[in-house]
Design a protein around this ligand. Sequence first.
Ligand code: FAD
Ligand code: SIN
Length: 540
Amino acid sequence: MTTYSEYDVLIIGSGTAGLTLALQLADNARVAILSKDQLKESASLYAQGGISVVLDQADSIESHINDTLIAGAGLCDETSVRYTVEHARESIEWLIEQGVSFTKDGVTSETYHLTQEGGHSHRRVIHSADATGREVETTLLAKAIAHNNIALFPFHIGIDLITSQKQLGESKNSCLGCYVLDIKADTTHQFIAPTTVLATGGAGKVYLYTSNPDVSTGDGIAMGWRAGCDVANMEFVQFHPTCLYHPKAKSFLISEALRGEGAKLVLANGESFMERFHEQGELAPRDIVARAIDHEMKRLGDDCVYLDIRHQSAEFIESHFPTIHKRCLKLGIDITKEPIPVVPAAHYTCGGLVVNQQGQTQVEGLYAVGETAHTGLHGANRMASNSLLECLVYARSAALHIQSLLPFNTLLPAIPDWDASRARPAKEAIAISHNWDELRRFMWDYVGIVRNDDRLKRAERRLALLQQEIDEYYHQHHITSDLLELRNLADVAELIILSALKRRESRGLHYTLDYPEANTDQAAENTPIAGKSWELDSTL
Ligand code: FAD
Ligand code: SIN
């Protein structure tokens, strides 16, 4: 049975972007936050390195802008870059006001320790040791839980957006809320609101190997696309160069901040190799480091390379990288005494739903913030630690815009119930788990760090088959969170493959053997993939 809940603002996702937006609105609006897992479970929780911000006297806004543009390989939107960088300091001050504690530099208690990561020409990454995300996420979440105007719904997964075109047959397309599955109770609900915000994070789980947590299945990108939003830059999937290579370490990242503190990438024989690939060596932009590692692993037939930070004292390592040190030690690797085995893994979705500076999509009443959105900041490659910054800056600008529209007086129309009449309980879950594995494996093998047209077309053919099966299954069976996520992953895979096939050049994170050079004409044609028309999708 479908129940009905009405709020001023419905936020789908409780990571940094969703919580920041909620806290900035809640004094004036009734806010609901949905989260498909425990409230804190998100990519935000696992962020390690930190947040980029110009605080050092020797650094400058122009330098941060310039580094971001260089990393973005010609595809950043300069207005978005400037806007983000110029609002960084106030975003950090806001976090500190909320109670977030950043590591001090130890010289005086007034200044913060800044670290350096790939692509940055200065030390400008503020951090909480090597667990910045945990500090930010848990602090903001505690604030949200304590706020009277914020209702939190853990284990509630958004199924599909409710739009005036699709559900009411109107010509204008506005968003009226979301159909939601309460995972624990196994019941569906309508959450109705004049403003809905997608803050569902990225889609790293579309690849077999990823630094992302299980919740990163691209749900917001897929839901927004199905509701009619344009999607841009999905070919630019960032592979983080250094995830821990160990059979028992699922998705554990070894922060770029280690390389910022001088750690060297070496082969099994101890030979360092990054200087052969880029003058910035270990601190070259991520696409270059990840491709160099991939190249060396393939050339030598090795399973991993190694990251060596033994030039630093044990005391330094334990105080700057306590999380990484402890986790590795638990797995039998003492990073103060031996190099760390590492491999690249899918890490960040640079593309997403196209939004303006206020976070608005093309669908009226629908916003997207954080990793789900494409603001133009990252271009063809995101610079390290610019993501949490984007979450903060754009959540604030979206909040200010939504605030300017309050109070909402519009009486929302009656919405049809979620139609489960055609669905029967699934006899076995193997079809879903098999398709999850198959999808993630062919995305890794055919749409990974190095691509070519043959592999992309092979992936496209396999995906078409899978999508047909998923669609049939979706219409015939009761929905579960696994099925919803699989359907969304398949949509995201389609967007990545279509975008990669369209880009007949190599640029930033998209590297193809068929077109190994950058092509300026192609870059100028950087058109998004149009949102789906609801008539093409007979979901309900
Ligand atoms: P998330 O934090 O991923 O939150 C998404 C939320 O949406 C979750 O609550 C999830 O449960 C919910 N959700 C998803 N789908 C649904 C649905 N259908 N229904 C309901 N809820 C849903 N960036 C930096 O700038 N600096 C770093 O140091 C850094 N380190 C990183 C380390 C790791 C290991 C990883 C994985 C990423 C790192 N990043 C870093 C990237 C950064 O953490 C993310 O881009 C950022 O946290 C994304 O925040 P978000 O709020 O957009 O999404
Ligand atoms: C890291 O700590 O290496 C991750 C930083 C990021 O993804 O921005």
